[in-house]
Design a protein around this ligand. Sequence first.
Ligand code: GTP
Ligand code: MG
Length: 299
Amino acid sequence: MTQFKSGYIAIVGRANAGKSTLLNSLIQQKISIVSPKPQTTRENILGIWTEEGYQMIFVDTPGALVPKNQLGSLMAKNIENAIDGVDCILLVIDGHDGIKNADLDLVVKYSKTDIPLVVAVTKTDISQPEKLMEQLSKLNAYPKIREVFALSARKNKGVEELKEHLKTYLTDDKMYFEADEVTDKSERFLVCEIIREKALLLLDKEIPHGIGIELNKMIYNELKNSWLIDANIITEKSTHKAIILGKQGSMIKSIGTYAREAIEKFLNAKVNLQLWVKIKEDWRNSNFVLTEIGYSKKD
Ligand SMILES: Nc1nc2c(ncn2[C@@H]2O[C@H](COP(=O)(O)OP(=O)(O)OP(=O)(O)O)[C@@H](O)[C@H]2O)c(=O)[nH]1
Ligand SMILES: [Mg+2]
């Protein structure tokens, strides 16, 4: 019988590269929220894959960034923490966008560690094959890269091959999580993330960066198998509040409808979702608010 193997793999890369989509594809379950807006992921989130003989723990991280506020600093710290003690660094590059200098800078940065570095060039479903080949050749100059995978996380193409390869880096034999656990995050956290995802998808431009979700109530009614969820969308400006509310409340209503449907699927129960918009000036620099909504906590 072969020995049980386990370990941590950090998923890093530029904002919007496709890290969270790849995490979800690797664990075959949607855990991490995804949107076309950069800086969607704000803190590390574990995606756990357990099968006979293996437990792979993937750490999804925020996109590489230059911090502009305290929330940004916390996000940057998350990325640094993520690679601490992992068995492998999986650097995700957007193949559709092309391999940029900022991606190569990350290759250089992670080449300096002694942790094995694997690169996943993703979004091949929308990349032109000839252009992609030309792009991939840029990576030849970096000897520390153990392997390069071209894949599409959205279409689940090439993801299994990557996962098989990543198993070769696992160095532990501990069962870190129960076999049925898929993440380290609580239901409450994931509910807030679902609301934020729908807001990110529906709101334009810079507004999504300034929003946070604060849960006021999450109460289960066993008789009805239903949840009452009451949450605030926090924003920094009154002009943004007006946009989030929309004409006669139409925008917040849409966010609420999409979020409720997704939360019902996730909790497998009926959901009564109440959403409010609250202004908290400069909340991304407020220790109090960052702690309150869960971004700033124990290390
Ligand atoms: N066509 C295509 N789109 C993809 C693929 N992977 C991700 N995307 C899209 O790329 C955008 C960004 O994806 P995310 O997974 O949120 O990217 P991320 O790297 O986690 O982004 P941050 O959390 O902001 O750093 C979303 O619109 C995804 O739907 C892919 O394989 N193919
Ligand atoms: Mg992400």
